[in-house]
Design a protein around this ligand. Sequence first.
Ligand code: GLA
Length: 704
Amino acid sequence: MIVESTPSSWILETHNTAYALGFNASGALLHRYWGRKLPQHSDYPEAANYPNWASFDGPQNLWQEEFPVYGGMSYVEPCLKTTFADGTRDTVLEFVKSETQGDELQITLKDSHYPLEVILHYRVFFEHDLIVRFVTLKNLGSEKISLERIFSAQWHFPLHDTYQLTHLSGRWNDEYQIRREPLGHGTKVLESRRLTSSHHHNPWFALERGDATETHGAVWFGALAWSGNWKLTAEVTNFYATRVSMGLNDWDFALELHAGETFVSPEALGGFSLEGYGGASRLLHDHIRQNVIPHGPVTHKVLYNSWEATFFDVTEAGQGKLAELAAEMGIELFVVDDGWFQGRHSDQAALGDWWPDAGKFPNGLQPLIDKVNALGMDFGLWIEPEMVNPDSDLYRAHPDWAIHFPTRARTTGRNQLILNLAKLEVQHYLIEMLDKLLAQHPISFIKWDMNRNVSEPGWAEHPQGKEIWVRYVEGLYHVWDTLRLRHPNIFWQSCSGGGGRADLGILTKADQIWASDNTEPAARLSIQEGFSLAYPALIMEAWVTDMGTAPLEFRLHVSMLGALGIGADLTHWNEAERALAAHWIAYYKTIRHIVQLGDQYRLRSDRDLRGLHGQVGNYSSWMYLSKDKTEGVLFDFRTHLSDPVVLPAIKLCGLEPESLYQLEGHGTRSGLAWMEIGVHLHPLTETHSNFGDRSSSVLKIKKV
Ligand code: GLA
């Protein structure tokens, strides 16, 4: 709900929160409040109007400006930096008008001299306590305007407090590691310069005062909907103001707005929860399921993926055999990974030539698809459209389509180059080629991969080559959206060598993310925990493979925390192993609506530094509860603890206090008792001969 409190002052109310902004007497648009909703509109502070503090620090350095621009005596992180046609590098924005359209507030500003219009958009998601911000820039004149920085939003936090920044960092095979650190004076930068959102930092953050826990306390959080170079600046000014800005990365960046042109920035999302990190992530989970992913909150199938079984050695007979074994185990979707297309026998060649390999599939893909369908499963396929191997028909025909500088050698990564998706002819080729593949075959699922980062980011024939960073991502979105619209029933998965491209932008195309190539289950527990801070279990594809030495049951349970899949070589599994997997797949189908569509509670972290009786972490517990709070499921994992050990009481969350709940094998108690006293899971120390390490349990919870 958007309330105009006094002229040119607004309160954006959500279910539990409020965000207030307004113009001050000097005509600057300032932040007023963001936090818990207050009873009266008059409770919110007015836009401040600090005077000059010293000749070194004008008011712009003290104000909490909603959208500070580079101009005047402002030295804080700006959201916008421009150069006008006459060389002026100073922007002065003035209020023109405001408009409310449904759940969106639009504030139009214009430069005081130059024909640059800036519209600030605030979209309110009432139910999820979220605000989405973005900005439209218009050149109303006849000469070009150069844009050197465009951030989508600056978020402000209550003054004078010291904040802890939580972010997700990592690398290939080790994504989404949770980092938590105090913010000190100066600017902390998180970013990607890799053409994609990257494994290395995820465009998500959370901020709190050092007093928030999983279950309690004020947590502000945000995310950027962009799958290319992005930047986050977390600045603590010399006046004890903390602000976080998010937007396109301004490194090696330029964008030209020609006469009459408009640019719309990516969306930046911000939210606030009083229920700690858990509350913050549940808001994001609901929002992503309901408002972001294409197919919305529907359960995802249990899939089999053949990559780790066959690698490039894909044949019709070999895949057919795996399909038979998969179907017997209750798999619902059979996905053929890399290695199926013309000339693909290793990672040396063939990317770009997206038709079935004539030797491996003499009669095309259809016989295999028919077999998979006859076994009762849907069929899915892996593609990596943005890439090209120099050894491919596509590259031989169009070497100029790869991103490159003409005078430089082209650095390959995994023997491949990146097609310049900023070019219309490349977009057109991919759309037609992939459309043909999808139109000719009954394909239900596509895993869209991207297996390297950029080098030599040239776009020789374009007058402003640095635009490649933005135009590439726009091209990618265009190709994907066109294919999606032409084939609306396909479920898409975003993969980039594991979890290198998970962000709110790609999630408007893909219903799922392949979170990591690391499928070793203990490592996976950490990766999945980090992932869960921002993204729901529904979209987290999680395979059971043969990686590591953990018992099969433990591996199955770890993957059941997300959208369960199997990626092992089933021809090497004995009958007992296949029967065990079949048992847990059947079990998973009875709980998946809770795991995928319910509320998730991280009851205990594997990396809990408070330790367990002086030991460090290595014991984790997860709970999922249906939205109507009638059914739940409790997962526990013991990774490594020295015996003898008394496991901690696991306190359940989210139950109705007065209602009675049965916890499988542990009796019936009130919701409040399960939440206050919890449960001790002794069997975790006894079920395996290795003193209980790498043992796990799954228990159903039922309201009686
Ligand atoms: C990437 C993916 C894997 C697999 C391979 C195929 O590494 O993350 O899951 O698809 O590519 O080459």
